[in-house]
Write a protein that binds this ligand. Sequence first.
Ligand code: MN
Length: 438
Amino acid sequence: MLRQYELIEKVRAYDPDADEGLINRAYVFSMKAHGSQVRASGDPYFSHPIEVAGILTDLKLDDQTIVTAILHDTIEDTLATPEEIEKLFGKDIARLVDGVTKLSKIEAQSENERAAENLRKFLLALSDDIRVLLVKLADRLHNMRTLHHIADGDKRRRIAKETMDIYAPLAERIGMYEIMNEMQTLAFKELEPDAYASITRRLKLLHDQGGDIVSRIGLGLQLHLADNGLQAEVMGREKHPYSIWKKMAERHISFEQLSDVMAFRVIVNDEADVYRALGLIHRRWPMVPGRFKDFVSTPKRNGYRSVHTSVIHDAKMRIEIQIRARGMHEQAERGLAAHWAYKEGKPAADLHVPWIDDLVEILDHAESPEELLEHTRMAMYQDRIFAFTPKGELIQLPKGATPVDFAYAVHTALGDKTVGAKVNGRVVPLRTILENGD
Ligand code: MN
């Protein structure tokens, strides 16, 4: 378990101005409140909120978020009251702890009973402050890391399924890919133990045969770029068992047919170098058609930027390559949390996440809890498209949008007067569904 001084050290390493006294008070308060409670692992219960706080220090979050993590289970599981929290730690932290507590209550109800009202209130609170969601995700991640201690198999599977269906997509949605990957791997191991074992066994076999192929290919990439005067950092990895399994299931292929189990990241200095690196790589190794995606010029809705391509490496193996500039990389690794990093000064309290607004909108109009959950899931997966004006300005639209929607998105007056449309140089009916990149 993380000790008090270790936690403080971790926070101070990225935020020298953090309120040490506040964190110390929360540590002692939570330790006393949880008292002799124990986890399924036999560890003192108190180790859990501290580990959750530890996960959030990896994301360099502010002292209020860290304190919220330390206190996140005190209202629900101990005698501590919201009034006490507010008196000791202030209004902001009381509000954050309250948000996390509300979400935990919803989680404890069976899926169909989850009260629409609670979920709605929670999401409203959330849309003001994404830190509630960050604490909840770290909480769930730690519970997944310790899932194997729970003896009841049905309970383990329920938690794993909920993680796969709700929390991993939420982490993805706000760009926290590392957390998403770890959640998926742990849930996959629980839900499909045979597939997990078989894939990890085959990956091991691949290692034993080829030695450290990943490093060799990575070094080759780096040298090729260096020979052409481009400085880059190359990191290689094997794909996670879950993403391998998903690909096998989607394409109905066996592990042997699945050739691209390795992925590489090329980190360069700036945006111009991203495209230089791309050119150098495509000229050296043929690219696999249909796999190229440019999220640098057209970022994903969660802000993710990177160029993705797959190439045939030395005439035999398909490898996946992501190319990005250093700043884009930091953003991708930590997602929204990057906005909270102290290197940029104080966290932006008004950080805006558009899809949460959509969700709140749906929640306000849904009739029953069931309908609401259905919509919530849809909202989480719903995708946006990007289209361009003739001058190249990016317009974000919901999937299914037509040229009329596009016109209105540009300007209301333009929408009102629209009588015809040209997409990619061709005259099309106004009811045409626009596609990404049109
Ligand atoms: Mn917890």
